[in-house]
Design a protein around this ligand. Sequence first.
Ligand SMILES: *Cc1c(COP(=O)(O)O)cnc(C)c1O
Length: 220
Amino acid sequence: MDIVDIYTDFKAQINQLITLVAVSKTKPEEDILKLYNVGHKVFGENKVQELNRKYQNLPKDVNWHFIGHLQTNKVKIIAPYISVIHSVDSVKILKEINYRANLNNRIIKCLLQFHVAKEDAKFGLKEADIPSFFESINFNELTNVEIIGIMGMATYTTDKELITSEFKQLNEIFKRLKVEYFANNVSFTEISMGMSNDYKIAIAQGATMIRIGSTIFGER
Ligand SMILES: *Cc1c(COP(=O)(O)O)cnc(C)c1O
C-alpha cells in the first residue's frame, strides 16, 4: 500500500485532538513530501545532521520535532527552525536551548524526557530527579523556552501490562509536575508517548502526542 493511503487510514482511526508526529528518520525526503502534500506538517527526526539536510531541502513550514538525544554542542544547528524538542533531560541542555533560541529571536517548545522503562538507558530524567531539576532552574531566566509537557518511552516488550504501567507512571509524573511546578502555566499540556508498537496503550493512558515511524513509513 502507498504511504499516503497508510497515513490516511492511520490518521482516521485516532482521535483528531492527538498530535501525530510522523517519525521520518532514515526515510527519504520524497516520503515526507508525499505526506506534506496531503496536508501533514509534523515530522520527527532523531539525528541533527539528517534533520538539517531535510530541513534545507523541504518546505519551510514543516513542523520539525526533535525526538532523539541532543548534544549540547548541536543545539545551535537546529535552533533557527526546530518547533519542539522532546528530549530535554538536563538543566544544561535546557539552558543551552534557551540561549540559542534567544539568539534566534525564537521560543522553542520543549518536553522533559522521563525514563520509566525497564531497559537501562543513559537518557531521561528519573522521577527522583524532579526536585533537584526544578531547584536548579530559574523560570525567569528561561525566556525563550516553553516547557509544554513530558515525553517518555515504554519498555520494548509484548507485555501489555508492563507497558500500561509505564505509561500510567508517565501520566502520573505529568500530573505531579502540573500541580507542583506548572500550576499557572496554561501551555503545560502535552504527554508525548506511544510508538508504532504501543500507541494504542499510550492513547488509553492519556497520550496527547504519539510518535509513529514504521507503521506509516515501513520498516527501517
Ligand atoms: C524511532 C522513534 C520512534 C518511532 O518508532 P516506530 O516504532 O518506528 O514507530 C518514536 N520515538 C522515538 C524517540 C524514536 O526514536
